[in-house]
Design a protein around this ligand. Sequence first.
Ligand SMILES: Nc1nc2c(ncn2[C@@H]2O[C@H](COP(=O)(O)OP(=O)(O)OP(=O)(O)O)[C@@H](O)[C@H]2O)c(=O)[nH]1
Ligand SMILES: [Mg+2]
Length: 286
Amino acid sequence: MKTGFAAVAGRPNVGKSTLVNALCGGKVAIVSDKPQTTRRRIAGVANGDGYQLVLVDLPGFQRPLDPMTERMQRTVDQAFEDVDAVVFVLSARERIGAGDRFIAGRVFALGVPVVIALNKVDRLKPGHIATQMETASKLGDFHALHPVSAKTGDGVEELRAELVELLPEGPAYFPPDQRSDLTAEEQVGELVREKALALTREEVPHAISVEVEELDEKVVRASIYVETESQKQIVVGRGGSVVKEIGTRARPEIEHLLGRQVYLELHVKVRPRWRRDERLLERLGI
Ligand SMILES: Nc1nc2c(ncn2[C@@H]2O[C@H](COP(=O)(O)OP(=O)(O)OP(=O)(O)O)[C@@H](O)[C@H]2O)c(=O)[nH]1
Ligand SMILES: [Mg+2]
């Protein structure tokens, strides 16, 4: 059996998590249109005929600004230490530039094959895709370059097959029915955060974290933390409308995940400067 790990690296918001989900054939990681959605390392498992490919979804490469982003970047650096390949994700919709070259400097120095995934090619003109592929190919000595759309699934199967080829022979790392290495509590927390991100803007998404405090047969109780009173007002919404909508959107996905109906109880709380609280960050898995 071919088994092993591929780290998924790239700038924030290029579609790494969407691609991990597509490669795994199901939702492993949350996605949003805001940068810095992924804050921790998440292993997503793709099982197939004669292989188990573990995709390591990572935060976007960034210049650390505070203890939280520092820890996120450390996570990225550490994840490179023991992988069989790297998927270097680029967005075909943006200029391939200095940020990508900085990451290239790191990933091409690792000594493992680098597969470039030029993502978001859906609805782009072939001429534009060709130009972007040309630019991408100059980033370093890549093993393969795949234009893909994580959103439509175009090219994803070919990319998966390419990655499987790079894996050594070995035993499976995860039981066949396990899709990610997060606990149920962690997955539920991420789903709630995803809905909260979708419903907020500007600095608010970055100030949100979610902790699941209770998860039993019937009840899921979680706290949504923000940093200031005014952020709390935004997340609660007029007459509780925003937090209610977060619950309405999250509950079906939580029930699908757990395989049972639950009562979802959400509380919005202020925890000043939590992004600088090392102990809390540790507890949040960041
Ligand atoms: N059009 C298009 N949009 C995409 C594609 N893949 C991802 N997106 C969108 O790009 C945005 C970012 O997607 P994510 O998967 O969260 O990106 P990420 O690289 O994991 O972002 P961070 O975790 O914040 O670093 C979302 O709005 C996605 O819907 C794609 O193939 N085509
Ligand atoms: Mg992500």
